[in-house]
Write a protein that binds this ligand. Structure first.
Ligand SMILES: [Zn+2]
Length: 337
């Protein structure tokens, strides 16, 4: 096994120095420390258990070291333990990366089967609600969405829908849906075309609301110069809409604003679904696939026989992942068994 300085990551001590693309780990893991403290403040058995699990989340990361063609070092994550608590910032970041990767992996197949279809990005909202009413509000919105997709006029062939909840300054919750819909060829010039105003009326009628809720609809337009010969929407053009759809259901800043809010939010969102897939897109991916938080954002690669490893340990003092020679050695012994 190579033990040269280079294979151990050189003289640098920190993950973010050795592998700049792994920098986000420090940020997200530091946020997990903060969420853990807030769950401790929430009191009660359930929250204490969440705090305990988050404390142990991704405490260490073991990477395989690979030399790139240009001699630079490439790190591939091989081992880590995730707490899988819904609002753990590390776990929700890994989950988000995994979902985006799944989408982009499936996209060429979708485009092959529906070469002239177009993507439309729809945001559906309702008025803010008290946080204690969030669960009931989401049930109401989901029932309305189901009705909408069953209406004859619903034009999409398939969709990915996600739930986002933001926190208003006064502490109320603003739940909304992001829907990325695949529309049939010719949708924009067909009778099936729905204007923004009509999406609003439709959404109101499915909600049976006595007000017109705010909605926003946008065609996912290929960026200038990225439209290829067949007129396909390029990966670049759709990336923005995908990132808007497949993201955290609650952003870390809102989770960190107030322990009481976090506690109630956790209760309200328990066992609710954040992403659902419908119509023709179900064929390409499922919301029920097991979550791979280690390889989620990259193509799985072949492990080579004589891989060299390096383990980094989280330091909640300095808020950085740092090299752990002792843990690296322990990991190697574990592999040799
Ligand atoms: Zn976690």
């Amino acid at each position: 096994m190579p033990t040269s300085k280079k294979s151990e990551g050189g003289d640098s001590w920190y993950l973010s120095d050795i592998s700049p693309s792994d920098k986000p780990w420090d940020l997200h893991r530091a946020q997990s420390d903060e969420i853990q403290k807030l769950y401790d403040l929430c009191g009660g058995d359930g929250y204490a258990r969440y705090a305990e699990r988050i404390r142990e989340c991704s405490e260490w990361l073991t990477y395989a070291l690979q030399a790139k063609d240009d001699g630079e070092l490439n790190l591939r994550l091989r081992e880590a333990r995730f707490c899988r608590v819904r609002h753990c910032p590390v776990c929700q970041w890994r989950r988000q990366q995994m979902w985006r990767a799944r989408f982009f992996k499936a996209l060429p197949q979708v485009q092959e089967k529906y070469p002239t279809a177009r993507w439309v990005f729809l945001t559906l909202t309702v008025r803010n609600c008290e946080l204690s009413e969030l669960r009931a509000t989401l049930t109401w919105m989901n029932a309305a969405w189901k009705k909408l997709t069953e209406r004859k006029v619903f034009p999409a062939l398939g969709f990915i829908k996600s739930v986002e909840v933001t926190r208003a300054v006064n502490g109320t919750a603003h739940p909304h849906f992001h829907c990325l819909m695949l529309m049939p060829a010719g949708y924009f010039s067909s009778q099936k075309y729905i204007t923004q105003a009509n999406w609003g009326t439709l959404w109101q009628s499915c909600l049976k609301a006595d007000y017109t809720p705010m909605i926003r609809v946008q065609a996912v337009k290929p960026k200038k110069g990225t439209l290829n010969a067949t007129g396909d929407t390029s990966k670049d053009a759709i990336a923005h809409a995908v990132c808007e759809t497949l993201k955290y259901s609650v952003k870390p800043e809102d989770l960190l604003a107030d322990p009481e809010w976090l506690g109630e939010l956790t209760k309200q969102l328990q066992k609710t679904r954040s992403i659902s897939i419908g119509g023709c897109l179900k064929e390409f991916f499922s919301e029920d696939e097991p979550e791979d938080l280690i390889n989620g954002d990259i193509e799985e690669d072949e492990k080579t026989e004589d891989e060299s490893y390096l383990t980094f340990e989280w330091s909640n003092q300095i808020k950085r992942y740092q090299k752990s020679i002792e843990k690296t050695a322990r990991f190697r012994t574990f592999l040799d068994k």
